[in-house]
Write a protein that binds this ligand. Structure first.
Ligand code: PEP
Ligand code: MN
Length: 344
């Protein structure tokens, strides 16, 4: 349930509503907008006691939350969230490009790539240290060594780092080196991981599971928000379909839909979304056209030698070309319905 406070509601009236929500057995979540305050009653409690707040002083109306996800929904938080990652804003007026190799393979590979993607206009660096591989015989990542290399790359370039966390055990160590933690597609519904990341102070990049509906994806995000971490960026990275020419089917409409249903920023991953170098440029442009707040693109100094995801990785020249094709500066077009930025 949502209690919409009137524009003139006083702090005392808001506090009264919060107390009553708690008494009714729900968790109160307050969203202070530029015009009005919304108090959501989340969880399960005595619904009639919340409905009765219609007549409480300072209350405009009480409505049900239409979606199963609550804190993630635009109904509870109508203004768009901007996630801050060490000076980079995702969800603001600029389309943020995150680039780097699938996996950190060596110091030289990562530093070269970091400098190249920065020159081309990327604002964050990606690179896997702990890799979720389909086969146990494939390269699994350099672990802590990769984390140290990522830290060094940040020191040299200033680019904030995003890297994947696969296990609750690794969160503290990875957090010492990364500015943002990625939950990979395969772990989207690893609820123990989500619960623990909900208590982390790091922003989270939550990838959509290959077989997850948009609703399931947003419910996974709800675990993070309801547990206390509001700095969540959603990432569409393609889903499994009957199509076999591409690694995955990039769900373009899901980018727009997630932004319609939720206040959270949404970035697009055309690399995993297609699995093909040649499709990165057109799918990137399409994602930006439907409102993506950012792109995450795999780049490698020599894709044919990459230890993971070579066929979808761009070389430096290819990445530069994609960036030029996106236009400078990477700003949203004024006509986009989602163009208005708001504070979180
Ligand atoms: C990755 O980003 O390299 C990765 C493994 O992504 P996903 O979880 O989307 O497959
Ligand atoms: Mn990859």
């Amino acid at each position: 349930m949502i209690v919409n406070m009137s524009e003139k509601a006083t702090e005392e009236q808001i506090t009264h509503v919060i107390d009553r929500i708690r008494e009714a057995g729900y968790n109160p979540h307050v969203t202070r907008g530029t015009e009005r305050t919304i108090v959501a009653a989340v969880g399960s409690g005595r619904r009639h006691e919340i409905e009765a707040l219609q007549v409480a002083p300072g209350v405009d109306n009480v409505v049900a939350i239409a979606q199963p996800f609550k804190l993630v929904s635009k109904q509870v938080h109508p203004e768009r969230t901007i996630v801050q990652i060490d000076g980079v804003q995702i969800g603001g007026p600029e389309v943020v490009v995150i680039a780097g190799p699938c996996s950190v393979e060596s110091r030289e590979q990562l530093l070269q790539t970091a400098h190249a993607v920065k020159r081309a206009g990327a604002s964050m660096l990606r690179g896997g240290a702990y890799k979720p591989r389909t086969s146990p015989y494939d390269f699994q990542g350099l672990g802590i060594e990769a984390l140290k290399i990522l830290s060094e790359a940040k020191k040299e370039t200033g680019l904030p780092i995003v890297t994947e966390v696969m296990s609750t055990e690794d969160i503290d160590l990875i957090s010492e080196h990364a500015d943002m933690l990625q939950v990979g597609a395969r772990n989207m519904q690893n609820f123990a991981l989500l619960r623990r990341l909900a208590t982390s102070n790091k922003p989270i990049l939550l990838k959509r599971g290959p077989s997850a509906t948009v609703k399931e994806w947003l419910l996974a995000a709800e675990y993070l928000l309801s547990g206390g971490n509001r700095n969540v960026v959603l990432c569409e990275r393609g889903i499994k379909t009957f199509e076999s020419e591409m690694r995955n089917t990039f769900d373009l409409a899901a980018v727009a839909l997630a932004r319609d249903l939720s206040h959270l920023p949404v970035v697009a991953d055309p690399s995993h979304g297609t699995g093909k170098q040649s499709l990165i440029a057109p799918v990137s442009r399409a994602a930006v056209a439907v409102g993506a707040d950012g792109l995450i693109i795999e780049v490698h100094p020599c894709p044919e030698r990459a230890l993971s995801d070579g066929p979808q990785s761009l070389d430096f020249e290819g990445f530069e070309k994609v960036m030029r094709g996106l236009g400078e500066p990477l700003r949203r077009t004024a006509s986009l319905p989602h163009a208005a930025a708001a504070v979180s």
